[in-house]
Ligand binder design. Structure first.
Ligand code: ADP
Length: 500
């Protein structure tokens, strides 16, 4: 099912979209300055200009937000029936749908997501909220026949884990926030959201819609700020769970910080996913899929299929076709509906990606397209990197091992199935992987051999709220989407009743 993009829906005045986005902390149902009164700047990555100053939350603000979340849990929210939580989430969904074009516009300005891509993400966001709304009334335990002497009736009940700290990255700020908040609330938890400092305007606008939907005060709280605010959440003794998406390094810090009160964690971390193309594949589909697997969102995807393994007999031609697709992509202002590739989300990320590209060249890889910053004309002040395809890459090069988070493909030939599986798995990460082939037996073998949480076959990137997503190895643990996701916000209580 596709969601048609209607450009006529774009709000005429971009400034209106921007000015409607709040810049304060949202704590206990009130918009407040940070206790320190400090703010920080957020920039439009397409132009480099400052677009807003946002309240700089810190540990003391996190304390207030956690207290508000606890009070809501112990108060009105904890007393709501599942059906009431469902209704509130469905009302929220209607409001998000109503304002989706505005949210997409804010995101285009704040992190450079092309508006056409932003609008096309509507179905994913809406489906997510409504999926979890549905699950709110489907939570249940079990009755368990048991062998205890005498007569004992045993059952399990599912209970919300409590106050959840949701810490999100900048690459898809709106959907990342929804992806954590909606299942947590469906499960009956309350949430303190710490969105990424580089792109927090759309999560703040989302919080306004929670307010409008009528959620009780304190059910959702938003503390904007740097990593220190996230660290304060991760170590907070009254937070029961952290749901985190971001880098593996920060994930490791969160694991350490969470030890104090043995918090529950779910971590969706980095990736260096393999995309494997066999000569028997539908090559037209594979070329488009391999390009989309990395160039989408300028490669700022944890699941980017950035290690492109191509069977040697077709390698040169295939890689050239992927490069040609990259060259043809229209780079430009995220607000231009014809733009396919926007800027990277921020200056630090630009420097990081340029550093990786320099490292690739130094180690002997050849960029057959891209390879340097794009700075002609209107792109001059933005964080633009064109689609880049490196060939002559070896497994040990930095560009074949490190997550780049930019539109950079490292292409490598392979000769046999066993060899490519071994090389594909030779990474500390295990988030996603792709296989392109017409051989159904090979599909079975490879999808079972890849040590990744998701395997795409003859496609790459599709996701659905009903299909679990998450990592193996250092890509993290826990699953988002699917019934598995809501379970991560629930405790299982066993009750044993002696009867006579
Ligand atoms: P990236 O490198 O993609 O920016 P990070 O893992 O640094 O990813 O950031 C993801 C989120 O984690 C952001 O909201 C960021 O502010 C937050 N964060 C950064 N450092 C910490 C930390 N030590 N503890 C908790 N959250 C953090």
């Amino acid at each position: 099912m596709t969601d048609p993009v209607n450009h006529a829906e774009l709000p005429g005045a971009l400034l209106a979209a921007l000015s409607s986005a709040p810049r304060k902390l949202f704590i206990g149902g009130r918009w407040t300055d940070s206790l320190s009164g400090e703010t920080f700047a957020t920039h439009d990555p397409a132009t480099g200009r400052e677009i807003a100053r946002v309240a700089l939350g810190a540990a003391a603000d996190v304390d207030l937000a956690v207290a508000a979340a606890r009070a809501a849990l112990d108060g009105p929210w904890g007393k709501l029936k599942p059906y009431d939580r469902q209704l509130l989430l469905l009302r929220l969904a209607d409001l998000v749908e109503r304002d989706f074009a505005e949210l997409a516009t804010i995101e285009a300005l704040d992190m450079g997501n092309p508006i056409t891509r932003g609008l096309a993400g509507r179905q994913r966001v809406m489906a997510m909220i409504r999926f979890y709304a549905g699950l709110a009334t489907a939570i249940h335990g079990q009755t368990i026949p048991n062998s205890i002497a005498g007569s004992v009736f045993a059952y399990t009940a599912k209970e919300p884990v409590g106050v959840v700290g949701a810490i999100t990255p900048w690459n898809s700020p709106l959907s990342q926030a929804v992806w954590k908040i909606a299942p947590a609330l469906a499960a009956g938890c309350t949430v303190v959201l710490k969105p990424a400092e580089q792109a927090c305007l759309s999560p703040l606008r989302l919080a306004q819609l929670f307010e409008e939907a009528g959620f009780p005060a304190g059910v959702l709280n938003v503390v904007t700020g740097y990593g220190a605010a996230g660290a304060a959440l991760a170590s907070h003794h009254d937070v029961n769970k952290i749901s985190f998406t971001g880098s593996t390094r920060t994930g490791q810090e969160i694991i350490r910080a969470s030890a104090g009160n043995v918090k529950r964690l779910s971590l969706e971390l980095g990736g260096k996913s393999p995309d494997i193309v066999f000569a028997d594949a539908d090559l037209d589909a594979a070329v488009a899929g391999a390009a989309g697997a990395v160039f989408t969102n300028s490669g700022q995807l944890c699941i980017a299929g950035s290690r492109l393994f191509v069977e040697r007999s077709i390698h040169d031609e295939f890689v050239e076709r992927v490069a040609a697709l990259g060259r043809a992509m229209k780079m430009g202002s995220p607000l231009d509906p014809s733009t396919q590739l926007g800027p990277l989300a921020n200056r630090a990320q630009l420097d990081r990606v340029l550093g990786f590209m320099a490292s690739g060249m130094k180690e002997g890889a050849n960029a057959i397209t891209g390879g340097e910053r794009a700075s002609a004309g209107e792109l001059a002040d933005g964080c633009y990197v064109p689609p880049t395809v490196f060939r002559d890459v070896h497994d040990r090069m930095e560009i074949a091992r490190e997550e780049i988070f930019g539109p950079v493909i490292s292409a490598m030939p392979f000769d046999s199935e066993d060899e490519v599986v071994r090389r594909a798995n030779d990474t500390p990460y295990g988030l996603g992987g792709g296989v392109w082939t017409r051989d159904v037996n090979r599909v079975q073998r490879i999808s079972s051999a890849l040590k990744t949480g998701t395997v795409w076959v003859n496609c790459y990137l599709p996701m659905d709220p009903a299909v679990p997503f998450g990592g193996y190895k250092m890509s993290g643990y826990g699953r988002e989407s699917g019934v598995e996701h809501i379970e991560q916000f629930l405790n299982v209580k066993s009750v044993l009743i002696r009867t006579v």
